[in-house]
Design a protein around this ligand. Sequence first.
Ligand code: IPD
Ligand code: CA
Length: 275
Amino acid sequence: MTAATALDTTPEALCRIAADVAGRAGRRILELRRSGVSVAATKSSDNDLVTEADRESERMVVEALREARPHDGILGEEGTGIPGTSGITWVIDPIDGTTNYLYDLPAYAVSIAATVPDEAAFADGRRAVAGAVYNPRTDELFDAWEGGGARMNGAPIRVSDKGDLATALVGTGFGYTTERRLEQLVVLQRVLPRVRDIRRIGSAAYDLCLVGAGRLDAFFEHGLQPWDYAAAALVAREAGAGLLGRDDKTPPGEPLIFAGNPALVNALRDLALAR
Ligand code: IPD
Ligand code: CA
C-alpha cells in the first residue's frame, strides 16, 4: 500500500482537524500562562526547557487526535511515540518557542502536521500533507494542505517576491548546545553582513509561517527536529516558498533547512555555505 492510498480521508479534512486542535491547545497554553510558568525539566542543555504547559498541551493534542483519528500514529516533541496503522503520523510540537513562552514574548505556537512516509521530501523521511500552526499570543492561525494553498486566519498567504539578498530580511534560529551554537555562528558571520538584517524570533514553526506570509523573505536553520518544521514547512511551500537542504542530495530537515521565495533561496544557501 502506498502512502497516498493509506489516506482514508482528504488532506483538507486532516487540515481542519490540525487547525481545530492547534487552536484549542493554543488557547489553553495562553490561559495557563496567566498563572505563571513552571519549568518542569531541561533536555539537551540547561537552556532547553520543558514547562508544565508543554506537557499539558501535548497531552491535550494527543487526546484530541486519538479521538478524531484512532488509527494514526503520533510523534510529539515531549515524548509521545504512538505507532499507527493508517499510514498517517501526526507530528506535533506542543509549544514551539518555549523560551519565548517563559519570558512572555509573543512568538510561540502549537504546531500539528499530518505526515506520510517520504524519504525524498524531508530528512526525517516524512512529508506533511496537512498542517496548522497557531500562535495564541497574536491569534494567528496558519494552515495548509497539499495542493490547497496556505492561509492565515482563513486568508490566502504568499511568499515575498524579493529577488535580492542584500535587501532580504532573513530569519534563523540557534540550537541549545554550545557546540551547535559555535557552528551556527560561523554561518551567521557569512550571512549577516550580506543581507538587510537577521531576525532570531525564537520559534522555527512561526518563522517558517512568516516566510509563507511574506513577512520574512527567507529562513534557515541547522538542527531543527521534525516537530519544529513539519507543519510550517508545508505552510511555507504551499505559499510558494522553495525548500532546500544542505545540498541537492540531502532533503531539507535536521542537517539544514533553507526556505524562501524561489528567487532567493538558492543564493541564500550558497552564501551560508560559502559556495
Ligand atoms: C526551538 C525553536 C527555536 C529554534 C530551536 C528549536 P522549542 O524549539 O523553534 O526557534 O531555534 O532550534 O529547538 O525548543 O522552543 O520547542
Ligand atoms: Ca520546537
